[in-house]
Design a binder for this molecule. Structure first.
Ligand code: S3P
Length: 452
């Protein structure tokens, strides 16, 4: 189902402060681990986006009581590792890859049979990456195309541990296997080619589980009992990224972004933008928030320069930056590149083709439609800075393809466009940031007021 369009017009700057909603990855895990913990888990800063509501609905269907105390506060009545009941319905994960892949690992170890499916986009996304290693652990999973695609039917079984060398760096895959490993006989170990976001490891530790981490290798230890706790979810750096770039590309901006999660597996966007800016950058104030670090950031209008970004590189080289800790920020990095002086080359980013949309093609089409010079490659994109002498691109109409991050990235581009940008099917922002357009309008207005 497509939703209405939005038009984003040229802004005279973004001012004031923004507190972005809770981290999507951490919010999912809080619900999953709270549900299989003993006793009550309290969650603050929860993201009430459509994806996270799909996770709540799945656990409610498995008889877990989850009180939504306020939109951002939950009280989860965990029933322990073996307390889930056979779901009353087919589990519908909507648009959420994280709900799906993490739940497949959990469902594989239960003593009931369940079926999981999702929307049109999710039904196209690859599931064999989790089905294959789970089958090696003894899981019984049937589905479309031998289990490559949703819907999948999972017959819970007794699992045994594996030592899995993952061919892809994916936190969803790693987390799926670690969750299955909570139930498996023996020690489950996952080694990744590059370290992906580590929220599962950190949060399982906060719930009292033994998790052993050595570089890119993670194992589930002896103690697997989760004890209810309080999880304070920090703001999502992937949502903050839209405001960082928005403030940089609109003249006359000074924007404070508060309480952002700055776990080092997620701060690639900061590294990349700092390399692209020649002007004033970030001021971070590190605090701690349970198992995750947080910071406040101030971003001002800046001139940007094109750089090379390689998704296959873990450590920053002199002139090349890694993409993995910024994988969800690809669309907004493309927008930053459109406003940079010179050319930005992104390579080693093939994973982007199997996200909520094929994000390489989606961004190539969207940017071309608004007057940016773009060349799509097999595993990336080459973007020529296309802003005019006043720092503006032309503008036009784009299709979000129902992908929340494409809609938000192109809305940001609209703030520095001559003709404005019309975004078709803009309602998809509900997946991760339901108030995005409202907040964007408010900080634009604050700037106009503070200048008069
Ligand atoms: C996520 C992991 C990433 C990311 C997604 C959320 C998670 O996906 O793109 O938005 O919460 O584990 P992959 O694991 O597929 O890289």
């Amino acid at each position: 189902m497509t939703t209405p369009f939005k038009i984003i017009k040229k802004s005279n700057g973004l001012c004031g402060s923004v507190t972005v909603p809770g981290d999507k990855s951490i919010s999912h895990r809080a619900v999953i681990f709270g549900s299989i913990a003993n006793d009550i888990t309290k969650v603050t800063g929860f993201l009430p986006g459509a994806d996270n509501l799909s996770t709540i609905a799945a656990f409610r269907a498995m008889d877990i009581k989850i009180n939504i105390v306020s939109p951002t506060e939950l009280e989860i009545h965990g029933q322990g590792l073996h307390g889930l009941k056979k779901p009353t319905t087919i589990i519908d994960a909507g648009n959420s890859g994280t709900t799906t892949r993490l739940l497949i690992g959990l469902l594989a170890a239960q003593d009931f049979t369940s079926t999981i499916t999702g929307d049109e986009s999710l039904q196209k996304r690859p599931m064999m990456r989790v089905v294959k290693p789970l089958r090696q652990m003894g899981a019984k999973i049937d589905g479309k195309d031998d289990g490559k695609l949703l819907p999948l039917t999972i017959t819970g079984s007794k699992l045994h541990a594996i030592d899995y060398k993952s061919p892809v760096a994916s936190a969803q895959l790693k987390s799926c296997l670690l969750i299955a490993g909570l139930y498996a006989e023996g020690t489950t170990t996952v080694t990744e080619p590059m370290k992906s976001r580590d929220h599962t490891e950190r949060m399982l530790k906060a719930f009292g589980v033994d998790v052993l981490v050595k570089g890119d290798k993670v194992s589930i230890g002896e103690n697997r009992t989760l004890v209810g706790t309080t999880i304070n979810v920090p703001g999502d750096i992937s949502s903050a990224a839209f405001f960082m770039v928005a403030a940089m590309i609109t003249k006359g901006s000074e924007l404070h972004i508060n309480n952002i999660g700055v776990n080092f597996t997620r701060t690639g966007i900061k590294t990349i933008l700092e390399e692209m800016t020649t002007g004033v950058g970030f001021e971070t104030k590190d605090k701690t928030n349970g198992e995750e670090e947080v910071a406040d950031i101030t971003v001002r209008s800046s001139s940007l320069k094109g750089i090379n970004i390689n998704g296959n590189k873990l450590l920053p080289a002199i002139d090349e930056f890694p993409l993995l800790p910024a994988i969800d920020e690809f669309p907004i990095i493309c927008v930053a590149a459109a406003f940079a002086e010179g050319t930005t080359r992104i390579s080693g980013a093939g994973e982007l083709r199997v996200k909520e949309s094929d994000r390489i093609t989606a961004m190539a089409r969207a940017l071309t439609a608004v007057g940016v010079k773009v060349e799509e490659t097999e595993d990336g994109i080459i973007i020529k800075g296309s802003a005019d002498s006043e720092g503006l691109i032309k503008g036009g109409t784009i299709d979000s393809l129902g992908d929340h991050r494409i809609a938000m990235a192109m809305a940001v581009a609209g703030l520095a466009s001559r003709e404005g940008i019309k975004i078709r099917d803009s309602g998809c922002v509900d997946v991760s940031y339901p108030d995005f357009f409202k907040v964007l309008g408010e900080v634009s207005k604050t700037c106009e007021v503070s200048k008069t």
